[in-house]
Design a protein around this ligand. Sequence first.
Ligand code: G6P
Length: 612
Amino acid sequence: MCGIVGYLGKKEAYPILINGLRRLEYRGYDSAGVALMEGDDLVVRKKEGKVKELEGMSSEETFKSIIGIGHTRWATHGAPNDANAHPHLSNSGNLALIHNGIIENYGALKEDLKHRGYSFKSDTDTEVFVNFIEDIKTSENLSLEDALRVALSKVVGAYAIAIISKENPNKLVAARKGSPLVIGLGKDEFFVASDATPIIEHTNEVIYLKDEEIAVMENGEYSIKDAKDIPQTPYIQTLEMELEAIEKSGHDHFMHKEIFEQPISIADCMRGRLNAEKGELTLGGIRNYAKALENAERIIIIACGTSWHAGLVAEYVFEDLCRIPVEVEYASEFRYRNPVIKEGDIVIAISQSGETADTLAAIELAKSKGAIVLGVVNTVGSSISRVSHEGAYLHAGPEIGVASTKAFTAQLTVLYMIALKAAFNKGTIAENRFREHLRELSLIPAKVEKALKTNDKIEEISDLFKNASNFLYLGRGYNFPVALEGALKLKEISYIHAEGYPAAEMKHGPIALIDENMPVVVIATRDSSYDKVVSNIQEVKARKGVVIAIVTEGDSLIPGMADFTIEVPATHESLMPLVSVIPLQLLSYHIAVMRGANVDQPRNLAKSVTVE
Ligand code: G6P
């Protein structure tokens, strides 16, 4: 949510910043801007809209600055317009600041600053923030970093910021609390960014700044200090990310690429962990707390969005395999009530980005009450991976499309492996069943590959329903969370209203909506609730609803009653979500493309929600 980027080195900063902003655009795309030192001037260019609007605006200009900061915004305070776009300048024009996060006490600070003669051109908390720093700097005659340190001790909220100043044209200062910030160390050059994607083409040596640290980069050197001004020795991490992983590689959209990558991303997720032939499953990241998991009296899963749907599937899997009661919670709800958490409870936090503010806050709450937190995270080095006691990475590679696809199937795979391992060690499943599950899991990439072959048929179906105003998705058992996920995918990117429902619950409300204009997607694969779902299809048909059924290969019954059937390969019912979600991802993708929607950057959404 908001992407920030900064550069200090020997090259021209502007193209580096623009390229970096393009890479970060998935984090927010309401407006974009840059600040550069051109001679003695601190020049700001900012514009409502996407990065390309900003580029268009400055296409006639040449910028020579070797230092600069850039921002792509997802509006929190104030409408998305030119004035509210970042960077924000201080009243004197000496400081330019970019910010990802929210300053919660900005109202009081603003009033105070107004009394001290400051004026504001925007509605943002960020403009208050930069003037607050300036006020401390001038009134106490401090260096930029010292003024920043004092300011940060007085602001409440979350931030990742970068600042440049006219007074110190070769100094780049950055700090974080709550929102992510990575520093790239190149040869005689430094980068700062919200994540590693703008950095990776320049250097793979990075430092993930910790909460309340301030980094100062100047004259080819850098230093990192904590909130008490004590120098820190940072851990320099070597990134393994390939540039190709963050490019579209011939696909029209990142979402298309990521949907079709799933046979590989699921295999990557199992690589080195699962050996079906030998009957081995190793999860190195969950070693110290493996016993605690097996002996847990209950598991609480916390997540948001698509990750929450993965958690719902995991609930069924853990309860079935491990016989441990599971509760699945929206992180945002969990943290604002007074949840009962006992020492030794296991909390599994699921997050693609590893930065979701509500999930992070829920983790802190759970930890404070003595729970053990296991993170199931995709982004290496992210905040959630660092605050969790232990965890397992997805290894799905960067996911850039805002609508999550490959992260969902990787989350299911990792959660399944965690449950399987715990169940085997605990003795709630016998060795032959354990081995059978491993074998079936190892076949999933090939089955997903086959499910992707439904693409052409789904494109045809999409064409028929692209103008529908509502969709209903029904599923039961393991496929119920898939129905929720299918509906979420459709509304996120095509803006068609869609609801996911447990198939049997349809009778308690949604059935009233069904008529000949209502497409109903029913996930009706062969499993223990198949017969019941068949009855639900009949109920929809009796009310003239249009049924698009996802069925198991070779089903001869449902094609006789549904309007459209899409076949997916058979697998164990607990693994079916990995396969049955594929046609639903494709359906939402094609409908969104046909409606002319921006698939990768749907309106109002952001990939990484770093505000609460
Ligand atoms: C946003 C994204 C979703 C994602 C959710 C949770 O809403 O658009 O795709 O599922 O955040 O994000 P996380 O990174 O924690 O999985």
